[in-house]
Design a protein around this ligand. Structure first.
Ligand code: ADP
Length: 597
């Protein structure tokens, strides 16, 4: 017994396991999808944050550029104004005595203090510093020659110059702005120089989180708001760059190192995501640049990328939410599709079932009709045997009588004896006629589409001689066409039966009125034959359709007409009923209205 149970359980368990496995697989797929969607959404959020930063870069750069520009502009006019000072012009026009130099030193010191510049110096026509505001410090410029500096040569040739450099004397970097000192004839006597330093600016800039750099035309960073970035060059220096730098001693003894930066993603011409080997190691920055055309420099803003943790989490949640919504929508649609398919299949099965049942019913009904007919035939055969036996016996006796009469040469009497014989044979022929009508199977239950009104026409045509002869008052109200399905000849037989009965009933009636009507209601045709022949007695009303029921005298009625008619009408799906009305009987034939097709 046990082996049987385990044998049964095995496939069940296997089916369960495979369903569980499938369910687990779906769960894993949904979770993996959620992870991918979340990751994707986070990457999108990062990308969006990067682009936002890159977009904000130029705005910030403009602010920084403005502060730098304002600072420089404030001092740009100072050397030009001082170069016009008569005392300075006079001092450079003649050899400078120690007294003049001391007076000039103090004057420059005072002006420098008032203007809050870094240093002021006066160079003679060879570039020698004859006076400087820092005359009494250890880094005093006085006595040093700065003829090698580009700003000096620019001033001699163009009247003004500017140059960023690390001080050769002080070692402090700064921006030198200079203006030519000319005598009354416009001859070049020397240069008035103001030096600006940017520690204040760098301090202000270092308050933010971002890295700010200013590079010169060669890409060398000389201003930086964070330590370690200065004196790095952003691109390779060629030999001419290097010789120019050493000739002008621009960066004095500062070692210049290359800053490695690799572009990862470019947003536009002046902003990109870069991986930079910076002073704090390798890191990624959103790098935006702004060229400063007046100075020939470039301002750089380096922002650390990074999305706020909240934003990333929200993006991931939104991504997962979207994914799950899609999954559920998919599941919902799948379920609906399955349901619709199931319903469709059920409907088809139901239709097939209904068809099969209808077929079975029809077969059963056909069988019933046939067996009812056979039963009726059996009944009739019994009655017939009785009906026919009597006349046959009588006929045999009549024939014997006839033979005797002829033997005795009584021809006239023999003739007379023939008449009842003939009558009996006619009656028997009528009997078999009815039975033939009834037993005739219409070809596979003929159901042609026919007009009930024309059935009435044909039947009346056949009955016309009798109607005329008996002076019947006929009234006809028909609907044409009144389409039904059935067998025209058998329906005519039914109608002829009804008309004949009605005429029989009218034979002795005082008023001979016959009415034929076709009416329609509720998908049915009602064909009624009403007469004024006195009607059917209450007790006979239920018997009129019985075979061999007749109230007519022997020889007139067989009692088969209505029974046969009833069976014919039933076979084509109709009904035949009898009732009484005012002064006669009414027989009503009801048939379904045949549809167009
Ligand atoms: P038959 O006409 O041979 O008698 P039917 O079956 O046609 O046989 O009729 C059966 C009986 O129904 C009739 O004998 C008669 O009594 C009654 N009947 C039929 N039609 C009418 C009618 N229109 N008015 C009165 N009685 C009728």
């Amino acid at each position: 017994m046990l082996w049987f149970v385990s044998f049964i359980e095995q496939p069940v368990n296997m089916a369960m396991t495979s369903r569980h496995l499938r369910l687990a697989l779906y769960c894993v797929l949904i979770l993996a999808g959620a992870a991918v969607a979340g990751g994707w959404a986070m990457r999108q959020a990062d990308r969006h944050a990067l682009e936002e930063r890159a977009k904000r870069g130029p705005e910030q750069l403009n602010l920084y550029a403005n502060s730098l520009h304002t600072l420089i502009e404030r001092y740009r006019a100072l050397p030009a104004v001082l170069a016009l000072d008569a005392e300075l012009v006079a001092a450079l026009s003649a050899p400078v005595t120690p007294e003049v130099q001391a007076a000039l030193n103090r004057k420059l010191e005072r002006i420098n203090g008032a203007a809050q510049s870094s240093t002021l110096e006066l160079l003679d026509s060879t570039g020698l510093a004859v006076a400087a505001s820092n005359w009494n410090t250890s880094n005093s410029y006085v006595g040093h020659n700065y003829g090698f500096r580009p700003y000096f040569s620019q001033t001699r040739s163009k009247g003004a110059g500017s140059f960023y450099a690390v001080g050769v004397t002080s070692g402090i970097p700064g921006y030198f702005l200079s203006s030519a000192v000319l005598d009354a004839d416009g001859r070049f006597l020397g240069a008035m120089v103001v030096k600006l330093e940017f520690p204040q600016l760098e301090r202000e800039w270092s308050l933010g989180n971002d890295t700010l750099l200013v590079s010169d035309a060669r890409g060398i960073v000389f201003i930086a708001n964070q330590p370690g970035w200065r004196y790095r060059h952003l691109r390779e220096l060629n030999d001419s760059d290097r010789s120019a730098i050493s000739d002008t001693r621009q960066y004095h003894k500062q070692p210049l190192t290359l800053m490695n930066a690799r572009t990862l993603l470019s947003f536009d011409d002046n902003s990109y995501l870069a991986r930079v080997d910076g002073p704090q190691g390798t890191a990624d920055y959103v790098w935006s640049s702004l060229p400063l055309s007046t100075e020939g420099w470039t301002l750089h803003l380096l922002q650390r990328p990074g999305t706020a943790a909240d934003d990333r989490r929200n993006a991931a949640l939104a991504g997962i939410g979207l994914w799950l919504a899609l999954v559920f929508l998919g599941l919902f649609l799948l379920q609906r599709w399955r349901l619709a398919r199931l319903r469709q299949r059920n409907r088809e099965e139901l239709e097939q079932l209904v068809e099969a049942r209808t077929r079975d019913l029809r077969t059963a009904q056909d069988g019933l009709v046939q067996s009812a007919k056979l039963a009726a035939l059996g009944q009739m055969s019994a009655a017939l045997a009785h009906e026919i036996n009597q006349p046959l016996t009588a006929q045999r006796m009549q024939l014997a009588t006839l033979r005797l009469l002829l033997d005795h040469g009584r021809v006239d009497d023999a003739y007379k004896a023939l008449a009842p014989l003939e009558q009996m044979m006619t009656r028997m022929a009528a009997l078999t006629g009815h039975l033939k009508t009834y037993a005739r199977q219409s070809p596979s239950g003929l159901r042609e589409r026919l007009d009930l009104a024309s059935v009435v026409d044909h039947s009346l045509e056949l009955m016309e001689p009798r109607i005329k002869e008996e002076a019947i008052d006929l009234s006809i109200q028909l609907i044409r066409p009144a389409w039904v399905r059935g067998d025209a000849i058998r329906l005519e037989q039914v109608l002829i039966n009804l008309l004949r009965n009605a005429l029989d009933a009218l034979r002795d009636a005082p008023r001979k009125h016959l009415q034929i009507r076709i009416e329609a209601n509720q998908q049915l045709w009602h064909l009624s034959v009403s007469d004024s022949g006195g009607g059917i007695s209450e007790e006979n009303l239920s018997k009129v359709f019985d075979p061999f029921f007749t109230t007519k005298p022997v020889g007139d009625g067989l009692g088969l007409g209505l029974a046969v008619s009833y069976a014919i009408v039933h076979e084509i799906g109709g009904r035949l009923t009898a009732c009484n009305h005012a002064d006669g009987a009414r027989f009503t034939l009801t048939l379904p209205i045949a549809q167009e097709s």
